[in-house]
Design a protein around this ligand. Structure first.
Ligand SMILES: *Cc1c(COP(=O)(O)O)cnc(C)c1O
Length: 399
């Protein structure tokens, strides 16, 4: 991560194909486009990559989550269970539909604790959304069991975990419906973009129509298409899809580089007393987009973060002290600071955030360091970085 580090002639060629015929839109203009259908091609390529029957590209990962939920029928007043540790997009996408995000504790996998999910289920619960944070995954079998027992839709946000697998299946393709982001900093980038992935034909058709104003996409006269139901515009452009098409063909190359760099860092840190690693569920293989490790307590977690900063080790975060990824700093959500009125039902549904505490999540996140694995690092650079990181952690442990 991120794929933009290795932009090449391959991306340029695909974009130039689009510019050469000038059709920047993914639908219609059949005569002008000289056979170039970049979004359609990228959808087939992704379906192959994930071993899934259907892929619908959209304009962002956030849009992918909203479209996925809408396609599965989640809407006003429904509760969607999600983790405390994720990107702000998770609750944004839920609230856009008038649904209610129910945040629950994570465990040492750094995503949903199946026991916390089970405890949060109410008659209003409609879906459970696991977020495969930082290149790894939740206990998918345990979460699937909870969903099946309670007849809930199982949604998988794999925006940060493209290339990871669970029991041989690509992350993002395991739950009932999966979501990906191809924003600028993801392993595979389109600049901006996202995808909904599913084996459920109904969900797919819903996603296809909903993301393009409800268009039925029958025939080749866009003006004559009907609208079986209301939709919105979450389309990706051909220019964005073109970049992603070149990038996704390079996924195996990117994952191999991530794995090499991750392994050097992990082997070095494993030698340091007190350092432990996130749990990867049995049968899981990370995408190696991040290396996550735990310090013994919150104090040493904060000290390591400070020591890394002082010593110029960038792209490593303690998310307890970060505004983007953890509930602790999401005051705009807790105080419901919205530009427009929010429904009474959602307001009431989010009241719990004023008082609820998340001790288990606090413990894991405050002790955790999340280190991005870059694609552009040389082996020597990674080795030098590993040595510096080890020295920082040892120094903190002595103090
Ligand atoms: C990046 C990301 C998103 C949102 O994707 P955008 O394309 O930036 O809208 C959603 N969930 C997670 C976990 C992400 O990392």
């Amino acid at each position: 991560m991120p794929g933009f580090e290795l932009f090449s002639d391959l991306e340029r060629k695909e974009v130039n194909d689009v510019l050469d015929n000038g059709v920047l839109m993914r639908y219609g203009f059949d005569g002008m486009r000289k056979g170039h259908w970049k979004a359609k091609e990228l959808e087939s390529e992704l379906a192959k990559t994930f071993g899934s029957s259907h892929v619908q590209l959209v304009s962002s990962g956030t849009a992918a989550v909203s479209v996925a939920l809408a396609s599965a029928g989640v809407g006003a007043g429904d509760e969607v269970i999600m983790p405390t540790f994720t990107f702000v997009a998770s609750f944004e996408a839920i609230m856009m539909l008038g649904a209610i995000p129910i945040l629950v504790d994570i465990d040492d996998t750094l995503t949903l604790d199946p026991k916390a999910v089970e405890a949060a289920i109410t008659p209003k619960t409609k879906a459970v959304m696991v977020v495969q944070m930082c290149g790894s995954m939740g206990d998918m079998d345990a979460l699937r069991k909870v969903c099946d027992t309670h007849n809930l839709i199982f949604v998988e946000d794999a925006c940060q975990a493209i290339g990871g697998t669970y029991k041989g299946k690509p992350l993002g393709s395991i739950a009932d419906i999966g979501c990906f982001s191809f924003d600028f900093v993801k392993t595979i980038t389109c600049g901006e973009g996202g995808a909904v992935v599913t084996n459920n034909k109904d969900y797919y058709i819903n996603a296809d129509h909903y993301s393009d104003h409800g268009h039925d996409h029958e025939g080749n006269d866009r003006g004559a298409e009907t609208h079986p139901f209301l939709g919105y515009n979450f389309r990706i452009s051909e220019l964005h899809a073109a970049v992603g098409l070149a990038q996704v063909r390079r996924l195996p190359e990117f994952i191999a580089i991530q794995k090499r760099n991750y392994t050097i860092l992990r082997n070095a840190l494993a030698q340091v007393p007190g350092v432990t690693f996130r749990k990867v569920p049995e049968g899981g293989e990370e995408s190696y987009a991040f290396l996550n490790f735990f310090m013994p307590d919150a104090e040493s977690g904060l000290k390591v973060a400070e020591a890394f900063k002082t010593n110029g080790i960038d792209v490593c975060w303690n998310y307890y002290h970060n505004n983007w990824h953890y509930i602790r700093k999401w005051d705009h959500l807790k105080e419901l600071k919205s530009l427009f009125p929010i429904s009474k039902e959602v307001k009431k549904g989010l009241d719990y955030l004023k008082t609820k505490t998340f001790e288990q999540s606090d413990d894991y996140i405050s002790r955790n360091m999340s280190c991005l694995i870059k694609l552009s690092w040389t082996e020597d650079e990674v080795k030098a970085r590993a040595e510096k990181m080890v020295n920082c952690i040892k120094e903190v442990s002595i103090l």
